[in-house]
Design a binder for this molecule. Structure first.
Ligand SMILES: Cc1cc2nc3c(=O)[nH]c(=O)nc-3n(C[C@H](O)[C@H](O)[C@H](O)COP(=O)(O)OP(=O)(O)OC[C@H]3O[C@@H](n4cnc5c(N)ncnc54)[C@H](O)[C@@H]3O)c2cc1C
Length: 509
Protein backbone atom coordinates (compact mmCIF):
# COMPACT_ATOMS: atom_id res chain seq x y z
CA UNK A 1 0.00 0.00 0.00
CA UNK A 2 1.34 3.44 -0.93
CA UNK A 3 2.30 5.59 2.04
CA UNK A 4 1.63 9.30 2.01
CA UNK A 5 4.72 11.51 1.65
CA UNK A 6 6.32 13.22 4.62
CA UNK A 7 5.31 16.90 4.55
CA UNK A 8 8.40 18.96 5.35
CA UNK A 9 7.71 22.58 6.25
CA UNK A 10 10.62 25.03 6.42
CA UNK A 11 9.96 28.34 8.18
CA UNK A 12 12.33 31.04 6.94
CA UNK A 13 13.95 31.97 3.65
CA UNK A 14 17.42 33.17 4.62
CA UNK A 15 20.54 31.21 3.71
CA UNK A 16 19.56 28.44 6.14
CA UNK A 17 16.06 28.00 4.74
CA UNK A 18 17.07 27.97 1.10
CA UNK A 19 20.14 25.79 1.61
CA UNK A 20 17.88 23.28 3.34
CA UNK A 21 15.17 23.50 0.69
CA UNK A 22 17.72 23.00 -2.09
CA UNK A 23 19.22 19.95 -0.38
CA UNK A 24 15.76 18.43 0.18
CA UNK A 25 14.88 19.02 -3.49
CA UNK A 26 18.09 17.37 -4.61
CA UNK A 27 18.26 14.40 -2.25
CA UNK A 28 14.71 13.42 -1.24
CA UNK A 29 12.40 11.56 -3.58
CA UNK A 30 9.47 13.86 -4.48
CA UNK A 31 6.95 11.04 -4.11
CA UNK A 32 8.11 10.36 -0.55
CA UNK A 33 8.81 13.89 0.69
CA UNK A 34 7.13 17.22 -0.15
CA UNK A 35 8.94 20.40 0.79
CA UNK A 36 7.28 23.75 1.45
CA UNK A 37 9.12 26.89 2.51
CA UNK A 38 7.44 29.89 4.13
CA UNK A 39 9.23 33.24 4.15
CA UNK A 40 8.15 36.72 5.07
CA UNK A 41 9.11 39.67 2.87
CA UNK A 42 8.03 41.95 5.71
CA UNK A 43 10.57 40.48 8.15
CA UNK A 44 13.40 39.97 5.65
CA UNK A 45 16.69 38.19 6.29
CA UNK A 46 19.93 38.97 8.12
CA UNK A 47 21.55 39.27 4.67
CA UNK A 48 25.17 38.98 5.80
CA UNK A 49 27.36 35.89 5.60
CA UNK A 50 29.79 36.44 2.81
CA UNK A 51 32.74 34.24 3.74
CA UNK A 52 32.66 30.45 3.73
CA UNK A 53 34.74 27.34 4.35
CA UNK A 54 35.99 24.83 1.75
CA UNK A 55 33.23 22.39 2.75
CA UNK A 56 30.74 24.58 0.89
CA UNK A 57 32.20 23.18 -2.31
CA UNK A 58 30.90 19.75 -1.26
CA UNK A 59 27.48 21.28 -0.76
CA UNK A 60 27.57 22.83 -4.23
CA UNK A 61 28.73 19.56 -5.70
CA UNK A 62 25.88 17.77 -3.97
CA UNK A 63 23.54 20.16 -5.82
CA UNK A 64 25.63 19.66 -8.98
CA UNK A 65 25.98 23.41 -9.36
CA UNK A 66 28.13 24.75 -12.12
CA UNK A 67 30.91 26.56 -10.29
CA UNK A 68 31.53 29.42 -12.69
CA UNK A 69 27.79 30.10 -13.04
CA UNK A 70 27.49 30.05 -9.25
CA UNK A 71 30.38 32.51 -8.97
CA UNK A 72 28.87 34.82 -11.57
CA UNK A 73 25.42 34.79 -10.00
CA UNK A 74 26.66 35.45 -6.49
CA UNK A 75 29.50 37.85 -7.48
CA UNK A 76 31.79 35.33 -5.83
CA UNK A 77 35.54 35.31 -5.37
CA UNK A 78 37.97 32.67 -4.10
CA UNK A 79 39.18 32.34 -0.54
CA UNK A 80 42.39 30.58 0.51
CA UNK A 81 42.13 31.49 4.18
CA UNK A 82 41.88 34.37 6.62
CA UNK A 83 44.52 36.93 7.46
CA UNK A 84 44.50 37.90 11.14
CA UNK A 85 46.00 41.33 11.71
CA UNK A 86 46.93 42.43 15.17
CA UNK A 87 45.29 39.50 16.96
CA UNK A 88 48.39 38.46 18.84
CA UNK A 89 49.64 42.03 19.24
CA UNK A 90 49.46 45.26 17.24
CA UNK A 91 51.58 45.25 14.08
CA UNK A 92 51.78 41.45 13.83
CA UNK A 93 49.76 39.30 11.41
CA UNK A 94 49.37 35.71 10.28
CA UNK A 95 47.22 33.69 7.90
CA UNK A 96 45.01 30.77 8.77
CA UNK A 97 45.18 28.93 5.43
CA UNK A 98 42.91 26.25 4.04
CA UNK A 99 45.60 23.69 3.77
CA UNK A 100 48.56 21.98 5.29
CA UNK A 101 51.87 23.18 6.64
CA UNK A 102 54.45 20.94 5.02
CA UNK A 103 53.97 17.21 4.67
CA UNK A 104 53.93 14.12 6.84
CA UNK A 105 57.36 12.47 6.84
CA UNK A 106 57.38 8.86 8.01
CA UNK A 107 53.90 9.46 9.42
CA UNK A 108 55.13 12.29 11.65
CA UNK A 109 53.49 15.69 11.36
CA UNK A 110 55.52 18.49 9.83
CA UNK A 111 55.41 20.90 12.76
CA UNK A 112 57.55 18.51 14.80
CA UNK A 113 60.32 18.57 12.19
CA UNK A 114 60.05 22.32 11.96
CA UNK A 115 60.31 22.65 15.76
CA UNK A 116 63.29 20.32 15.83
CA UNK A 117 65.03 22.21 12.99
CA UNK A 118 64.44 25.41 14.91
CA UNK A 119 65.77 24.03 18.20
CA UNK A 120 68.84 22.55 16.53
CA UNK A 121 69.79 25.79 14.78
CA UNK A 122 69.06 24.50 11.25
CA UNK A 123 67.46 27.89 10.56
CA UNK A 124 64.23 26.77 8.91
CA UNK A 125 62.06 29.39 7.20
CA UNK A 126 59.01 30.61 9.19
CA UNK A 127 56.39 27.86 9.44
CA UNK A 128 53.94 29.73 7.19
CA UNK A 129 56.41 29.57 4.30
CA UNK A 130 55.80 25.83 4.17
CA UNK A 131 52.17 26.51 3.25
CA UNK A 132 51.21 26.92 -0.41
CA UNK A 133 48.06 28.81 0.52
CA UNK A 134 49.83 31.32 2.77
CA UNK A 135 52.41 32.09 0.13
CA UNK A 136 49.72 32.44 -2.55
CA UNK A 137 47.90 34.89 -0.25
CA UNK A 138 51.08 36.96 0.05
CA UNK A 139 51.09 37.32 -3.74
CA UNK A 140 47.30 37.83 -4.14
CA UNK A 141 47.52 34.78 -6.37
CA UNK A 142 45.07 31.94 -6.85
CA UNK A 143 44.94 28.73 -8.80
CA UNK A 144 42.75 25.66 -8.60
CA UNK A 145 44.42 22.83 -6.71
CA UNK A 146 45.70 20.47 -9.36
CA UNK A 147 45.18 16.85 -8.38
CA UNK A 148 48.08 15.79 -10.62
CA UNK A 149 50.68 17.77 -8.70
CA UNK A 150 51.85 18.27 -5.17
CA UNK A 151 49.64 21.36 -4.90
CA UNK A 152 46.49 19.36 -4.28
CA UNK A 153 47.92 17.97 -1.07
CA UNK A 154 48.74 21.45 0.13
CA UNK A 155 45.60 23.53 -0.02
CA UNK A 156 41.90 23.84 -0.63
CA UNK A 157 39.71 26.84 -1.24
CA UNK A 158 36.35 28.34 -0.36
CA UNK A 159 34.28 31.28 -1.61
CA UNK A 160 33.35 34.80 -0.72
CA UNK A 161 29.96 35.78 -2.11
CA UNK A 162 27.03 38.13 -1.75
CA UNK A 163 24.74 36.48 0.80
CA UNK A 164 21.56 38.06 -0.62
CA UNK A 165 22.39 36.85 -4.13
CA UNK A 166 23.20 33.41 -2.74
CA UNK A 167 19.75 33.03 -1.12
CA UNK A 168 18.10 34.31 -4.36
CA UNK A 169 20.09 31.84 -6.41
CA UNK A 170 19.12 28.90 -4.19
CA UNK A 171 15.48 30.08 -4.13
CA UNK A 172 15.23 29.98 -7.93
CA UNK A 173 17.10 26.69 -8.03
CA UNK A 174 14.83 25.03 -5.42
CA UNK A 175 11.53 26.31 -6.76
CA UNK A 176 12.50 25.05 -10.23
CA UNK A 177 12.96 21.61 -8.64
CA UNK A 178 9.63 21.35 -6.94
CA UNK A 179 9.89 23.21 -3.61
CA UNK A 180 6.67 25.11 -2.86
CA UNK A 181 7.35 28.68 -1.73
CA UNK A 182 4.75 30.55 0.30
CA UNK A 183 5.20 34.21 1.11
CA UNK A 184 3.60 35.13 4.41
CA UNK A 185 4.18 35.75 8.09
CA UNK A 186 3.62 32.92 10.57
CA UNK A 187 1.46 34.33 13.37
CA UNK A 188 0.49 31.15 15.20
CA UNK A 189 1.99 27.73 15.82
CA UNK A 190 -0.33 24.94 16.97
CA UNK A 191 0.85 21.73 18.63
CA UNK A 192 -0.75 18.30 18.34
CA UNK A 193 -2.03 16.49 21.44
CA UNK A 194 1.32 14.72 21.84
CA UNK A 195 3.16 18.06 21.74
CA UNK A 196 4.55 17.93 18.20
CA UNK A 197 4.38 20.99 15.95
CA UNK A 198 1.29 20.45 13.82
CA UNK A 199 -0.09 23.52 12.03
CA UNK A 200 1.15 27.02 11.24
CA UNK A 201 -1.22 29.92 10.65
CA UNK A 202 -0.15 32.81 8.45
CA UNK A 203 -1.26 36.46 8.79
CA UNK A 204 -3.45 35.89 5.71
CA UNK A 205 -5.35 33.17 7.61
CA UNK A 206 -3.85 30.34 5.52
CA UNK A 207 -3.07 27.24 7.59
CA UNK A 208 -0.20 24.92 6.76
CA UNK A 209 0.11 21.50 8.37
CA UNK A 210 3.19 19.32 8.27
CA UNK A 211 4.86 16.19 9.59
CA UNK A 212 8.38 17.55 9.99
CA UNK A 213 9.24 21.20 10.60
CA UNK A 214 12.53 22.99 10.09
CA UNK A 215 12.92 26.21 12.00
CA UNK A 216 15.02 28.61 9.90
CA UNK A 217 13.33 31.70 11.31
CA UNK A 218 16.57 33.38 12.37
CA UNK A 219 17.46 34.73 15.81
CA UNK A 220 13.82 34.60 16.90
CA UNK A 221 13.67 30.80 16.64
CA UNK A 222 9.91 30.78 16.28
CA UNK A 223 9.34 27.04 16.58
CA UNK A 224 12.17 25.50 18.61
CA UNK A 225 12.87 28.49 20.85
CA UNK A 226 9.50 30.19 21.26
CA UNK A 227 7.00 27.35 20.84
CA UNK A 228 8.90 24.29 22.06
CA UNK A 229 10.68 26.34 24.72
CA UNK A 230 14.15 24.88 24.16
CA UNK A 231 16.42 27.02 26.35
CA UNK A 232 19.31 29.13 25.08
CA UNK A 233 22.82 28.35 26.34
CA UNK A 234 24.64 31.62 26.66
CA UNK A 235 28.36 31.67 25.74
CA UNK A 236 28.92 35.39 26.00
CA UNK A 237 31.22 34.89 29.00
CA UNK A 238 33.77 33.61 26.47
CA UNK A 239 32.67 35.44 23.35
CA UNK A 240 31.56 38.87 24.56
CA UNK A 241 30.90 40.51 21.16
CA UNK A 242 27.21 41.29 20.82
CA UNK A 243 26.89 43.70 17.87
CA UNK A 244 28.14 44.22 14.34
CA UNK A 245 28.03 47.14 11.95
CA UNK A 246 28.10 46.03 8.31
CA UNK A 247 28.68 48.19 5.23
CA UNK A 248 29.83 47.47 1.69
CA UNK A 249 32.30 49.73 -0.09
CA UNK A 250 33.50 50.02 -3.66
CA UNK A 251 35.83 47.33 -4.91
CA UNK A 252 39.43 48.31 -4.25
CA UNK A 253 42.61 47.28 -6.12
CA UNK A 254 43.66 45.09 -3.18
CA UNK A 255 41.74 42.06 -4.50
CA UNK A 256 42.77 39.47 -1.96
CA UNK A 257 42.06 35.74 -2.26
CA UNK A 258 41.42 35.76 1.49
CA UNK A 259 39.29 37.38 4.16
CA UNK A 260 40.99 39.95 6.37
CA UNK A 261 40.18 40.17 10.06
CA UNK A 262 41.77 43.06 11.97
CA UNK A 263 41.71 43.25 15.76
CA UNK A 264 40.35 46.58 17.07
CA UNK A 265 40.20 47.89 20.62
CA UNK A 266 36.59 46.75 21.21
CA UNK A 267 36.35 43.87 18.72
CA UNK A 268 37.49 43.27 15.16
CA UNK A 269 36.74 44.36 11.60
CA UNK A 270 36.29 42.14 8.57
CA UNK A 271 37.05 42.79 4.93
CA UNK A 272 35.73 40.50 2.19
CA UNK A 273 36.44 41.20 -1.49
CA UNK A 274 33.63 40.38 -3.94
CA UNK A 275 33.51 40.95 -7.68
CA UNK A 276 31.24 44.02 -7.50
CA UNK A 277 32.18 45.45 -4.09
CA UNK A 278 34.01 44.80 -0.83
CA UNK A 279 32.04 43.65 2.23
CA UNK A 280 33.10 45.19 5.55
CA UNK A 281 31.95 44.91 9.11
CA UNK A 282 32.90 45.56 12.71
CA UNK A 283 32.04 42.93 15.30
CA UNK A 284 32.29 44.43 18.78
CA UNK A 285 31.28 44.18 22.40
CA UNK A 286 29.17 46.95 23.91
CA UNK A 287 30.87 46.19 27.23
CA UNK A 288 34.04 47.73 25.81
CA UNK A 289 33.06 50.20 23.09
CA UNK A 290 29.93 52.20 22.24
CA UNK A 291 27.91 51.68 19.05
CA UNK A 292 28.90 55.14 17.80
CA UNK A 293 32.62 54.56 18.37
CA UNK A 294 32.39 51.18 16.67
CA UNK A 295 30.64 52.71 13.67
CA UNK A 296 33.34 55.36 13.36
CA UNK A 297 36.07 52.69 13.58
CA UNK A 298 34.47 50.75 10.75
CA UNK A 299 34.07 53.77 8.48
CA UNK A 300 37.65 54.80 9.23
CA UNK A 301 38.94 51.35 8.23
CA UNK A 302 37.35 51.26 4.73
CA UNK A 303 39.78 51.27 1.83
CA UNK A 304 37.25 52.65 -0.69
CA UNK A 305 34.10 54.85 -0.54
CA UNK A 306 31.18 53.32 1.38
CA UNK A 307 28.14 52.21 -0.60
CA UNK A 308 25.34 53.25 1.76
CA UNK A 309 24.93 53.62 5.50
CA UNK A 310 26.23 50.97 7.94
CA UNK A 311 23.62 48.54 9.24
CA UNK A 312 23.58 47.44 12.91
CA UNK A 313 23.04 43.78 13.82
CA UNK A 314 22.54 42.52 17.37
CA UNK A 315 23.30 39.00 18.59
CA UNK A 316 24.40 36.83 21.47
CA UNK A 317 26.93 34.02 21.33
CA UNK A 318 25.45 30.65 22.24
CA UNK A 319 23.16 27.93 21.03
CA UNK A 320 19.88 26.16 21.71
CA UNK A 321 20.30 23.37 24.25
CA UNK A 322 18.76 20.97 21.69
CA UNK A 323 18.83 21.74 17.98
CA UNK A 324 16.28 19.00 17.25
CA UNK A 325 13.27 18.52 19.50
CA UNK A 326 10.27 16.29 18.74
CA UNK A 327 9.40 16.79 15.03
CA UNK A 328 11.19 20.11 14.74
CA UNK A 329 14.78 20.95 13.88
CA UNK A 330 16.40 24.37 14.26
CA UNK A 331 18.87 25.42 11.58
CA UNK A 332 21.01 28.51 11.15
CA UNK A 333 20.55 31.44 13.48
CA UNK A 334 17.51 29.71 15.00
CA UNK A 335 19.85 27.04 16.40
CA UNK A 336 22.72 29.21 17.60
CA UNK A 337 25.21 31.93 16.84
CA UNK A 338 28.98 32.05 16.83
CA UNK A 339 30.54 35.27 15.61
CA UNK A 340 31.77 35.15 12.00
CA UNK A 341 35.47 35.15 12.93
CA UNK A 342 36.11 31.84 11.16
CA UNK A 343 33.12 31.99 8.76
CA UNK A 344 31.48 28.99 10.35
CA UNK A 345 27.74 29.73 10.22
CA UNK A 346 27.04 28.47 6.72
CA UNK A 347 29.21 25.45 7.46
CA UNK A 348 27.15 24.68 10.57
CA UNK A 349 24.01 24.91 8.45
CA UNK A 350 25.45 22.65 5.78
CA UNK A 351 26.63 20.05 8.28
CA UNK A 352 23.26 20.04 10.07
CA UNK A 353 21.45 19.56 6.75
CA UNK A 354 23.68 16.62 5.87
CA UNK A 355 23.13 15.00 9.27
CA UNK A 356 19.40 15.66 9.07
CA UNK A 357 19.16 14.01 5.65
CA UNK A 358 20.75 10.90 7.14
CA UNK A 359 18.47 10.78 10.16
CA UNK A 360 15.18 12.12 8.77
CA UNK A 361 12.22 9.79 9.38
CA UNK A 362 10.95 7.87 6.38
CA UNK A 363 7.26 7.95 5.35
CA UNK A 364 6.89 4.42 6.78
CA UNK A 365 8.31 5.37 10.20
CA UNK A 366 5.24 7.41 11.17
CA UNK A 367 7.05 9.78 13.44
CA UNK A 368 10.41 10.64 14.82
CA UNK A 369 12.72 8.12 16.51
CA UNK A 370 14.12 9.70 19.69
CA UNK A 371 17.38 7.76 19.33
CA UNK A 372 18.03 9.40 15.98
CA UNK A 373 17.21 12.78 17.45
CA UNK A 374 19.76 12.18 20.22
CA UNK A 375 22.38 11.25 17.65
CA UNK A 376 21.75 14.44 15.70
CA UNK A 377 22.02 16.54 18.84
CA UNK A 378 25.22 14.78 19.89
CA UNK A 379 26.86 15.61 16.55
CA UNK A 380 25.59 19.17 16.65
CA UNK A 381 26.79 19.74 20.24
CA UNK A 382 30.29 18.45 19.47
CA UNK A 383 30.62 20.67 16.45
CA UNK A 384 29.40 23.82 18.18
CA UNK A 385 31.72 23.21 21.12
CA UNK A 386 34.78 22.59 18.95
CA UNK A 387 34.18 25.72 16.94
CA UNK A 388 33.54 27.71 20.12
CA UNK A 389 36.89 26.57 21.56
CA UNK A 390 38.66 27.49 18.34
CA UNK A 391 37.17 30.99 18.37
CA UNK A 392 38.06 31.49 22.03
CA UNK A 393 41.67 30.58 21.24
CA UNK A 394 41.95 33.59 18.90
CA UNK A 395 40.92 35.88 21.71
CA UNK A 396 42.52 34.41 24.77
CA UNK A 397 46.03 33.90 23.36
CA UNK A 398 46.72 37.60 22.84
CA UNK A 399 49.41 40.02 23.95
CA UNK A 400 47.42 43.23 23.52
CA UNK A 401 48.21 44.33 27.06
CA UNK A 402 46.41 47.33 28.51
CA UNK A 403 43.34 47.12 26.23
CA UNK A 404 40.26 46.29 28.35
CA UNK A 405 38.61 43.81 25.95
CA UNK A 406 41.87 42.00 25.29
CA UNK A 407 42.91 41.96 28.96
CA UNK A 408 39.49 40.52 29.82
CA UNK A 409 39.64 37.67 27.29
CA UNK A 410 43.22 36.81 28.24
CA UNK A 411 42.31 36.31 31.87
CA UNK A 412 38.95 34.58 31.95
CA UNK A 413 38.40 30.94 32.87
CA UNK A 414 38.54 28.70 29.78
CA UNK A 415 36.31 25.71 29.03
CA UNK A 416 37.92 22.45 30.13
CA UNK A 417 37.79 21.16 26.54
CA UNK A 418 40.01 24.04 25.37
CA UNK A 419 42.42 23.66 28.30
CA UNK A 420 42.87 20.04 27.26
CA UNK A 421 43.85 21.10 23.72
CA UNK A 422 46.22 23.80 24.94
CA UNK A 423 47.96 21.36 27.26
CA UNK A 424 48.40 18.87 24.45
CA UNK A 425 50.03 21.50 22.27
CA UNK A 426 52.17 22.98 24.99
CA UNK A 427 53.63 19.62 26.01
CA UNK A 428 54.80 18.28 22.66
CA UNK A 429 53.30 20.30 19.81
CA UNK A 430 50.33 18.01 19.25
CA UNK A 431 46.87 19.20 18.39
CA UNK A 432 43.65 17.24 18.61
CA UNK A 433 42.47 15.28 15.63
CA UNK A 434 38.74 14.84 15.12
CA UNK A 435 37.30 12.54 12.52
CA UNK A 436 34.06 14.55 12.36
CA UNK A 437 33.59 18.24 12.17
CA UNK A 438 35.91 21.17 12.44
CA UNK A 439 38.57 22.49 12.72
CA UNK A 440 41.40 20.45 11.27
CA UNK A 441 44.83 19.96 12.80
CA UNK A 442 46.44 22.47 10.44
CA UNK A 443 43.87 25.11 11.33
CA UNK A 444 44.67 24.73 15.02
CA UNK A 445 48.38 24.92 14.25
CA UNK A 446 47.91 28.10 12.20
CA UNK A 447 46.20 29.88 15.06
CA UNK A 448 48.31 28.45 17.89
CA UNK A 449 51.59 29.43 16.23
CA UNK A 450 50.03 32.57 14.72
CA UNK A 451 49.03 33.80 18.18
CA UNK A 452 52.63 33.39 19.27
CA UNK A 453 52.34 30.15 21.27
CA UNK A 454 55.30 27.77 21.14
CA UNK A 455 55.31 24.21 22.55
CA UNK A 456 57.95 23.12 25.06
CA UNK A 457 59.02 20.14 22.97
CA UNK A 458 58.28 18.19 19.79
CA UNK A 459 57.33 14.59 19.04
CA UNK A 460 60.27 12.27 19.80
CA UNK A 461 59.64 10.43 16.53
CA UNK A 462 60.88 13.51 14.67
CA UNK A 463 64.39 12.70 15.98
CA UNK A 464 64.55 9.59 13.81
CA UNK A 465 65.43 11.62 10.71
CA UNK A 466 69.20 12.35 10.43
CA UNK A 467 69.98 16.07 10.73
CA UNK A 468 71.47 16.50 7.26
CA UNK A 469 68.50 14.76 5.67
CA UNK A 470 66.09 16.91 7.66
CA UNK A 471 67.83 20.12 6.55
CA UNK A 472 67.82 18.96 2.94
CA UNK A 473 64.15 17.93 2.94
CA UNK A 474 63.14 21.25 4.46
CA UNK A 475 65.13 23.21 1.89
CA UNK A 476 63.67 21.24 -1.00
CA UNK A 477 60.11 21.54 0.22
CA UNK A 478 60.47 25.27 0.72
CA UNK A 479 61.86 25.71 -2.80
CA UNK A 480 59.21 23.48 -4.38
CA UNK A 481 56.40 25.53 -2.82
CA UNK A 482 58.06 28.75 -4.01
CA UNK A 483 58.19 27.46 -7.58
CA UNK A 484 54.53 26.42 -7.54
CA UNK A 485 53.31 29.67 -6.09
CA UNK A 486 55.41 31.80 -8.45
CA UNK A 487 53.53 30.11 -11.27
CA UNK A 488 50.06 30.99 -10.04
CA UNK A 489 48.04 33.73 -11.78
CA UNK A 490 46.67 36.68 -9.85
CA UNK A 491 43.33 36.20 -8.13
CA UNK A 492 41.85 39.11 -10.14
CA UNK A 493 42.93 37.45 -13.41
CA UNK A 494 41.42 34.10 -12.49
CA UNK A 495 38.11 35.73 -11.55
CA UNK A 496 37.99 37.79 -14.73
CA UNK A 497 38.64 34.75 -16.85
CA UNK A 498 36.69 32.10 -14.96
CA UNK A 499 33.55 34.07 -14.35
CA UNK A 500 33.42 35.25 -17.94
CA UNK A 501 33.92 31.79 -19.35
CA UNK A 502 31.13 29.50 -20.56
CA UNK A 503 29.74 27.27 -17.82
CA UNK A 504 31.77 24.20 -16.83
CA UNK A 505 30.15 21.39 -14.86
CA UNK A 506 31.87 20.43 -11.66
CA UNK A 507 33.23 16.94 -11.41
CA UNK A 508 31.18 14.99 -8.87
CA UNK A 509 33.03 12.07 -7.40
C1 LIG B 1 27.39 40.25 11.47
C2 LIG B 1 27.26 38.89 10.89
C3 LIG B 1 28.20 38.46 9.96
C4 LIG B 1 28.11 37.17 9.44
N1 LIG B 1 29.07 36.73 8.58
C5 LIG B 1 29.05 35.43 8.18
C6 LIG B 1 30.06 34.91 7.33
O1 LIG B 1 30.97 35.60 6.89
N2 LIG B 1 29.99 33.59 7.00
C7 LIG B 1 28.99 32.78 7.44
O2 LIG B 1 28.99 31.58 7.13
N3 LIG B 1 28.01 33.27 8.20
C8 LIG B 1 28.01 34.55 8.59
N4 LIG B 1 27.01 35.03 9.37
C9 LIG B 1 25.87 34.17 9.70
C10 LIG B 1 24.91 34.11 8.53
O3 LIG B 1 24.49 35.41 8.17
C11 LIG B 1 23.70 33.31 8.92
O4 LIG B 1 24.08 32.13 9.53
C12 LIG B 1 22.92 32.94 7.69
O5 LIG B 1 22.58 34.10 6.97
C13 LIG B 1 21.69 32.18 8.03
O6 LIG B 1 20.72 33.01 8.54
P1 LIG B 1 19.31 32.37 8.74
O7 LIG B 1 18.80 31.92 7.43
O8 LIG B 1 19.36 31.40 9.85
O9 LIG B 1 18.44 33.61 9.30
P2 LIG B 1 17.86 34.91 8.56
O10 LIG B 1 18.70 35.38 7.46
O11 LIG B 1 17.53 35.87 9.66
O12 LIG B 1 16.49 34.41 7.91
C14 LIG B 1 15.34 34.21 8.71
C15 LIG B 1 14.16 33.95 7.79
O13 LIG B 1 13.03 33.64 8.59
C16 LIG B 1 11.93 34.39 8.13
N5 LIG B 1 10.99 34.57 9.24
C17 LIG B 1 11.27 34.97 10.51
N6 LIG B 1 10.13 35.03 11.23
C18 LIG B 1 9.13 34.64 10.39
C19 LIG B 1 7.73 34.52 10.53
N7 LIG B 1 7.11 34.81 11.68
N8 LIG B 1 7.02 34.11 9.46
C20 LIG B 1 7.63 33.82 8.27
N9 LIG B 1 8.94 33.92 8.08
C21 LIG B 1 9.68 34.34 9.13
C22 LIG B 1 12.54 35.69 7.63
O14 LIG B 1 11.68 36.35 6.76
C23 LIG B 1 13.76 35.14 6.92
O15 LIG B 1 13.40 34.69 5.63
C24 LIG B 1 27.05 36.32 9.86
C25 LIG B 1 26.10 36.79 10.75
C26 LIG B 1 26.18 38.06 11.27
C27 LIG B 1 25.15 38.53 12.24
Amino acid sequence: MAVSPVRIVIVGGGSAGWMCAAACAQVLHPERYRTTLIESDEIGTVGVGEATLPALRDFNEMLRLDESQFMRETQGTFKLGIEFRGWDRPGQSYVHPFGAFGQLWGGVEFQHFWLRARQQGLAPAPLEEYSCAVRACARNAFDFPDTRTVRSTFYGYAYHFDAGLYADFLRRWSVARGVTRIEGKVVDVALSERGDVDTLTLASGQRISGDFFIDCSGFRSLLVGEKLQVPWEDWSRWLPCDRAWAVPCERSPDFTPYTRSTAQCGGWTWRIPLQHRTGNGHVFSTRFISEDEARATLLGALDAPALGEPRLLKFRAGRRAQAWKRNCLALGLASGFLEPLESTSLFLIQKAIQDMLRLLPSPEARGVDERLVREFNRLSDALYERIRDFLILHYTANRRFGEPLWDHVRDYELPESLLHKLRLFDTRGHVPYFKDGFFSRDSWLAVLFGQGLMPQAYDRLADLLPSELLAQKMRELHARIAVHVADMPLHSEVIAQYCGEPARRLAVS
